[in-house]
Design a protein around this ligand. Structure first.
Ligand SMILES: Nc1ncnc2c1ncn2[C@@H]1O[C@H](COP(=O)(O)OP(=O)(O)OP(=O)(O)O)[C@@H](O)[C@H]1O
Ligand SMILES: [Mg+2]
Length: 203
């Protein structure tokens, strides 16, 4: 499969255009890195590609077809701050099973401990919470993952553990990944190709 963004242009308001004619594509067997200045519009592009923003111009397609948003959205966005995407009044077990019921194997792959399931989100570390948000996004219907600085707040060892697990799962299940990061060394290690945001944004 191919996830394609073509000629995406977007502004939040009349004062400033954020994206101009941005195009990129990711295949199912690929991990593509995206690097660029803070505030330049990377997360905005991620949100457009994952269906969070609709009033843009251009096209986002899967194998040439527009992505219907009435069903499960096959492009899943994982954010930098997992706690912001979780209901603080839900125990982790409910948070985890909100969209689908992950297999024990997947939980083991990400080192998710059973004892975490009975806690509140505020009682887990950033790295522990991020494992939950990644597993949540790996619904079997997911075809592409957009990882927007998902390991920025983690130490080096945890970062490697999480990326290894995610990449192994993605390769085995033909999931393509767009990985946004400010860390060129990380992208060099994990990506098949790296895109420079200022080169693809034609402002
Ligand atoms: N909802 C919004 N309304 C208005 N402006 C916004 C909104 N969200 C983001 N912006 C602005 O759009 C610009 C691009 O933001 P975006 O989050 O896409 O950048 P980024 O490249 O992801 O930056 P970083 O590397 O710091 O994460 C910024 O100037 C930001 O202030
Ligand atoms: Mg961002």
């Amino acid at each position: 499969m191919e996830l394609k963004a073509e000629n995406i242009s977007f502004s939040y308001n009349k004062k400033r255009q954020i994206l101009k004619d941005v195009s990129l594509s990711v295949n199912s067997n690929q991990i593509i890195g995206l690097i660029g200045d803070s505030g330049s519009g990377k997360s905005t592009l991620c949100k457009i590609m994952a269906g969070y923003i609709s009033h843009y111009s251009g096209n986002v397609t899967l194998d040439g077809k527009e992505i219907p948003d009435r069903d499960y959205y096959p492009v899943q966005l994982i954010f930098q701050h997992p706690e912001k995407t979780m209901n603080p009044k839900w125990k982790m077990e409910k948070v985890l099973n909100e969209a689908w019921t992950p297999t024990q194997e997947l939980k083991d792959t990400f080192g998710l401990k059973d004892s975490w399931l009975t806690r509140w989100p505020s009682e887990l570390s950033g790295g522990e919470l991020q494992r939950f948000s990644i597993i949540r996004a790996l619904n079997p219907k997911t075809k592409f993952i957009i990882a927007d600085e998902i390991s920025t707040m983690l130490d080096a060892v945890t970062q490697v553990q999480i990326w290894e697990a995610l990449i192994n799962h993605a390769k085995a299940n033909h999931i393509g990944i767009l990985a946004v990061s400010h860390d060129p060394e990380l992208l060099e290690v994990i990506c098949d190709d790296i895109l420079y945001f200022n080169e693809i944004n034609n402002l």
